[in-house]
Design a protein around this ligand. Structure first.
Ligand code: DGL
Length: 271
């Protein structure tokens, strides 16, 4: 048993989609969330910069005495080296591994689509893993950089004509490839999952990495005897690197049912 908090981080507030799932699955766990709102987006940056940011984000969470770390960001999870993760003093879990394993489990045709930020697709993180997990896999990958600003500007309601047009622009080649599974490899994409699903068709499984990672984290905590006491009422504390103004509005979008909780600004450069 371990009542220390779970540490979750993302380049911004998109990682709250993973927090939502963690709270649903693990209501007794305390959570410390860090969103690097002062330096978002990560997805258009170089691997060196993303790595430097990720190390600082992790150092901050470790300073909060977390018992494990979940990298909710697809871009970080694609860039942060496994050997560095293994050397951390607490267990680390990235969304990419969890989502790739779920995709490998559900695909029947072995035709898998992957969408994410430019950095995620360039890293080939999903392709490398999927080829190992699914021999003979045919993978169609595509960067969809305009999805993040669309979601952040609230273009998420079903049938939004702008979002529908961009979905068609990005996903036509993936639909034509006949995939039966599509990994939504970025924190923001689950917010337009309904529209993506309508475009791809009901026969295509959509994988939400935040959900997959929350599921794996639950298993990992149980295996390692790190679950919180059942009497613990899980609380969440939020930290950001830019002003917390507007946090509640964005948190509502990503977290669904933002129940309040302190939001603090920190100087991430110090870590
Ligand atoms: N959190 C990022 C991801 O999941 C998307 C936003 C960004 O580019 O920083 O890849």
């Amino acid at each position: 048993m371990d009542n220390r908090p779970i540490g979750v981080f993302d380049s911004g507030l998109g990682g709250l989609t993973g927090v939502r799932e963690l709270r649903r699955r693990l209501p007794n766990e305390d959570i410390v969330y860090f969103g690097d709102t002062g330096r978002v987006p990560y997805g258009s940056r170089s691997p060196e910069t993303i790595l430097q940011y990720a190390r600082q984000d992790i150092a901050f969470l470790l300073s909060q005495n977390v018992k494990c770390i979940m990298a909710a960001c697809g871009t970080v999870s694609s860039t942060y080296p496994a050997r560095e993760a293994e050397a951390l003093p607490v267990p680390y879990l990235g969304v990419v591994n969890a989502a790739a394993r779920e995709a490998a489990f559900v695909t029947r045709s072995r035709r898998i689509g992957v969408i994410g930020t430019a950095a995620t697709i360039r890293s080939r993180s999903y392709e490398t893993l999927l080829r190992r997990l699914v021999p003979g896999a045919e993978i169609t990958a595509k960067a969809c950089p305009m999805f993040v600003p669309l979601v952040e500007n609230g273009y998420v309601e079903d049938g939004n004509p702008v979002t529908r047009l961009i979905i068609e622009e990005y996903l036509t080649s993936i639909r034509e490839a006949g995939v039966d599974t599509l990994i939504l490899g970025c924190t923001h994409y689950p917010l337009i999952k309904g529209m993506i699903g309508q475009f791809m068709g009901p026969q295509v499984n959509l994988i939400d990495p935040g959900q997959a990672a929350a599921h794996e984290l639950e298993q990992l905590l149980s295996q390692k005897g790190l679950r919180a006491d059942r009497t613990n009422t899980g609380t969440a504390r939020f930290f950001v690197s830019d002003t917390p103004d507007g946090f509640v509005q964005m948190a509502d979008l990503f977290l669904g049912e933002y129940r309040g909780g302190p939001v603090e600004q920190i100087a991430i450069d110090k870590y």
